[in-house]
Design a protein around this ligand. Sequence first.
Ligand code: 13P
Ligand code: SF4
Length: 300
Amino acid sequence: MNIKNEILRLKREKDVCIIAHSYQTGDILEIADFTGDSYALSVKAAQTKSKTILMCGVRFMAETAKILSPDKRVIIANADAGCPMAEQLTKEDVETLKAKYPGYAVACYINTSASLKTVCDICVTSSSAVKILGNYENDNIIFIPDRNLGSYIKEKLPDKNIILVNGCCPVHAAVTEDEAVAAKKAYPGCPLLVHPECVPDVLRHADFIGSTSEIMNYAVNSDSDAFIIGTELAISQHLQKALPEKKFYMLSERLVCPDMKLTALKNVYDALDGGGLEIVLDAETITKAAKCINEMIRLG
Ligand code: 13P
Ligand code: SF4
């Protein structure tokens, strides 16, 4: 059996829209209808006529797809794929923070569970965060869960009072300043492109800071012919394939997200064949989490 052809056949027969985050491997991107960053994927899937969405990515991304398409069936290809950062805080933690800082709004990164979004006021993506929170009426903000993205936003918005918590992406936060210095020395003149989930000591060596799609666009549009990539390995691999005349070096060998590597073509096939895990959220969770996301849309 040619698994790719079978996936394409089942997808067509069952009218399923497959979406894949850019951290997925190349073979998964090839069978997807849409690829990109987490929020953009869910928006695109919501706009299609397909009644079923199959997410190749991690759980919070599938939940976002469900929140934006409550009338569609949303399935995650591998039920074990989660983002550790999305579950670092509980709803009780957020309630405790609200009690400690009365009058502060709670802004969450899109990398949070649907349940956590229900107790937050506004949501942001890594690409929209500075603009959205800059436009936000409340100057007093508790930002959860990513301390590193939060401190990047805080630096860009000095007029806002931003309280940070201790969450982080274990993959990006593991990169050290020594690695950034060593990479710049090893590849002199190559722009260092870094995701804002990296620690501030790494970000200050970056030539460009942006989300996964912003990093990819930067590399496509730049005149440079070699780059150091400071985000997940797959981005460097996809760029190398798309732009063979340019060269992509990794900032750190450890920039590999194990959860993003859990989805294989076999999981996609099984999900189309009746497997996978359907994302089920109750109506109250969908309404409250959608309110949090809609605040981002209002300001974006
Ligand atoms: P983007 O929203 O930039 O795609 O990032 C998602 C993510 O998980 C980054 O680690
Ligand atoms: Fe979560 Fe980090 Fe993996 Fe992105 S790279 S999905 S933030 S653990």
